[in-house]
Design a protein around this ligand. Structure first.
Ligand SMILES: NC(=O)c1ccc[n+]([C@@H]2O[C@H](COP(=O)([O-])OP(=O)(O)OC[C@H]3O[C@@H](n4cnc5c(N)ncnc54)[C@H](O)[C@@H]3O)[C@@H](O)[C@H]2O)c1
Length: 301
């Protein structure tokens, strides 16, 4: 829980675009110091210039969150320039689709590297720093927000690689919340579970490193890409709306942060499947024409 953000430090990964950038904007408006981390140098430079122009103390560092050494260097720089951060937003992420057996080793390494290992490194490096600061100062307040997805609470078909990474982030963050509560009342955690929101996420390939290059896309991966572009592009809730919810949740110590609470019916159905030992419900039960068209295109491929 953080009640007063003025003069506090925020570390944001994926800060060059989407939710990361919008949270940085709110942080700046509240008088926070900003540590911006992103793999995309141009986006990072643009964001850093925007905030420096507002008189915000900014550290912008090009970081691949999947890389332990680069994350360590980020943590060292944060400690040196600002001391322990108060708000850590482990948010950088990439999307990928396709039938779960069609993903290559490089696909798995890339998506799990960014979406899961990025969060692991952020938690592993910044939590001890925050706990140390909390011990030294009873007024220290800290909050870690990890970005998962509704895909971390559901198992939508033809995007298994992404679902796996996001389920892991939900589990990691629920455990982090419980573990923190065992040792401190000054630091807590939340998990952000957005549904479809227009950002750069459906163009994640722009940041894929050469050493994990994609093979030519399979038919199911192409279909997944087209469906994701359509769903993300037609989202009505904005990244700025979601960023506002992140700050409200930190102030209220609310754990689950949803962009579209109305989509939780599907989570309830999944939970009932689990508890009742029922086979997984058809995810297209409410949109049978979409399910039929996906089946038809995959079977024709
Ligand atoms: N937009 C949605 O519909 C949606 C839905 C659910 C979850 N999410 C999650 O939200 C998070 C933020 O994504 P977004 O929607 O704002 O997309 P975005 O593409 O606009 O922003 C993601 C940022 O992460 C950066 N990034 C990618 N790989 C990186 C790496 N290896 N190291 C450091 N930075 C890296 C990108 O350069 C980009 O600036 C992601 O974890 C994503 O999975 C998005």
């Amino acid at each position: 829980m953080i009640k007063n953000f003025q003069g506090k430090t925020a570390v944001l990964t994926g800060a060059g675009s989407g939710f990361g950038l919008e949270c940085a904007r709110i942080g700046a408006s509240l008088g926070m110091n900003l540590v911006l981390a992103d793999v995309q140098q141009e986006a990072l430079d643009k964001a850093a210039a925007e905030f420096a122009g507002q008189g915000v103390r900014v550290l912008a560092q090009r970081v691949d969150v999947s890389d332990a050494g680069q994350m360590q260097a980020l943590a060292d720089a944060v400690r040196q320039q600002f001391g322990a951060p108060h708000f850590v937003f482990n948010n950088a992420g990439v999307g990928a689709g396709g039938l779960v057996w069609e993903n290559t080793v490089a696909d798995w390494q890339w998506v799990l590297g960014v979406n899961l290992w990025g969060v692991i490194h952020g938690v592993r490096l910044f939590t001890p720093m925050m706990l140390e600061a909390a011990k030294a100062d009873p007024s220290f307040e800290g909050h870690i927000v990890n970005t998962a997805s509704m895909a971390g609470l559901l198992a939508p078909p033809n995007m298994g690689i992404y679902n796996v990474s996001k389920h892991a982030v939900v589990s990691l963050t629920e455990t982090l919340y419980q573990d923190l509560a065992l040792v401190s009342d000054q630091i807590s955690a939340s998990v952000l579970c957005p549904f479809f929101v227009p950002t750069g996420i459906s163009h994640s390939e722009r940041n894929r490193p050469a050493h994990l290059a994609a093979q030519p896309l399979t038919a199911s991966q192409k279909i997944g890409q087209a469906m994701s572009e359509k769903a993300v592009g037609s989202g009505k809730v904005t990244a700025a709306d979601v960023a506002r919810k992140v700050f409200d949740a930190m102030a209220a110590n609310q754990f689950y942060i949803y962009s579209h609470p109305q989509a939780l019916g599907s989570v309830q159905t999944r939970m009932e499947d689990v508890v009742q030992g029922r086979n997984p419900t058809d995810p297209f039960a409410h949109k049978p024409e979409l399910g039929a068209s996906l089946k038809a295109s995959l079977r024709a491929a």
